[in-house]
Write a protein that binds this ligand. Sequence first.
Ligand SMILES: [Fe+2]
Length: 294
Amino acid sequence: MISRIVNKMSFFKKLPKAIVKPIFKVLILFDEVFWKFRIAIFLLFVGKASKLGSTMYQLKENGYAIFENYYNDNYINKIKQNCIKILDELPAKELNKNNYVPNLVLPSGLRVEKLDGSIKIKGLNQIDSFFKEISNNFRINIISAIYQLTRKPFLMYNLVHDGTFKHPAMGNSVGEKMIAGQAHVDMQFHELRCALALDNIDEDNGPTIVFRQSMKKKQIKKNHLNIFLNQFGFDTNNESGHNLNKDDLQYLEENSQKVKITCKKGDLILLDLKSAHYQSILKKGQRHILWHYC
Ligand SMILES: [Fe+2]
């Protein structure tokens, strides 16, 4: 919620950096304290043993969590079928004009991003009642209400493949470049993004890599502040913000555990956007994910 309030405060742009910097630090701290408080109260009532409680606890401790068997096999198959049905309806000719299509807006309102063997179809819940229902799922609603107070669900289907998925809308196999393939931090406040695995995600088919507990590390807290400063047009000189630089990566390699988030079909991966993460390269097979922005 705090990010939505802050986004409207464009007057920050007119203030000197020396004044906004301490204000931004206080806002980040406020978010942190209030977030910890909400989770503590939630865990007091729900306990860590329940699936919801354990997910919340993992998120708080590590910056990511896996909710196992979020949906059963039958329902996951149905979701995947519906995703592919939407893929079938895309204008293949237009998508194959260029190797990289950054943002094709369709008359339905769907937006498509495509890069060799990797496609993202954005806004499924805004055009389709089946996906709208998924975006209103009770358990995710509870988690996001506690985690970030507000919710504005947004669903995105992401398929990455090595040439084994034969489809007119995406002829090539995935290359060395991936969408979101560079290590980065997305937010300066605690917000969630979830990924529903429509197939098993293993070491080979491009798992998301997360640096465990990175959101709590001092070096990454500097990135949180710089993201905030960059958002309002302030220069952070050579210091990194959204994208991590060599020094940040070396620091994380030495001070944090790099985790490949592998999981089973039907599991839900939850990621705190203050965590450092990136999308690993797919070596083999296909990866079908329904992203759920909270
Ligand atoms: Fe990201």
